[in-house]
Design a protein around this ligand. Sequence first.
Ligand SMILES: *Cc1c(COP(=O)(O)O)cnc(C)c1O
Length: 390
Amino acid sequence: MTVNLLDLKAQNGALDAELKDAFERVLRSGYFILGPEVEKFERDLAAFADARHALGVSSGTDALLLALMALGIGPGDEVLCPSFTFFATAGCVSRVGATPVMVDSLPSTFNLDVRDAERRVTPRTRAIIPVHLFGQAADMDAVLALAAKHDLRVIEDAAQALGAVYRGRPVGTLGDFGVASFFPTKNLGALGDAGALVTQDAALFERARILRVHGMEPKYHHQFIGGNFRLDALQAALLSVKLPHAAAYTAARCRNAELYTARLAALPNVRVASAADDAVSPAESEAARLVLPAVLPGNDAIWNQYTLRVCGAGGRDALRTHLAARGIGSEIYYPVPLHEQKCFAALGYQPEELPWAHRLAGEVLSLPIYPELPEVQLEEVCAAIAEFLR
Ligand SMILES: *Cc1c(COP(=O)(O)O)cnc(C)c1O
């Protein structure tokens, strides 16, 4: 039995007629850049995200860049961000001329370790970018306390987590800006590149809105040096078809995650991660062959990924090969932490300087969890893992 990591055709195929209607509507309108389709999507997205303002942009990466630009972060500034994340988080910091300061992660949630962030604060630190990795919020009370203490701006990278809840509060609305991505594999996926910024702050929203179009307001009068960060009318129209289903997509992912944990936790030498894991170094970490992902108390996760830790040298790659031999897809998010990337070599980090980020990159494996994954296929993945552990 083949089990694909993803199946975008299943989700979009179910909405075939509505997506084609949306395409025809845009085609006939002749209105392709911003305009009413984008404005409607922004209103609906703000309601979905429980945010005062939403701004449709060209990608999640551009949303990060635009947030940094709107906050005036640039040369001479330092921005704290996790090393164990997708590249864009730190890449955008460098692109505005600031310095990304890499922070270690916690093994319980894969999210940034705020105590490590605090050790790295200097008089030049201007902002922190917590990433809500794999669909679960970072420890935002600690992030916001650190930000208040050192007068830092907060950009939440919610590219994998829009719709997640932290202690009753929707992610993306806790910092100055929240970043969303509609890359096709995110919980709400466009049919191409798309993203958004959300914010509670009307002045920041206005600044980002102007920067989205070359800092231009009114036409051909440029207040700031912005860029072209616009969302296409076509992607907005297609996303408007999918947005009403976003909660159902996430509910299906949550069901899949629960089933994985119920099946896998019953196997020998498998345990579920917990906050206790965060108190020890990688070397002292409690032994197990597999550590399953946990949702910490106070969090509603949206399970963009179901990511295991496979402990022991070579274990992760052996499991991945074992699954591939049975036609089961899996992926490594992410194999190289950002502090070890060639492009950041000049920052001068040693691999072991961020011990958990280094360790996690060698242990993680993400399993198929997309909403339409047939239950028999999920059971097949669990059976293959049981066989691996025998
Ligand atoms: C996907 C992603 C981004 C970038 O989003 P794009 O829409 O692909 O540009 C940024 N940060 C994280 C954590 C992501 O997962």
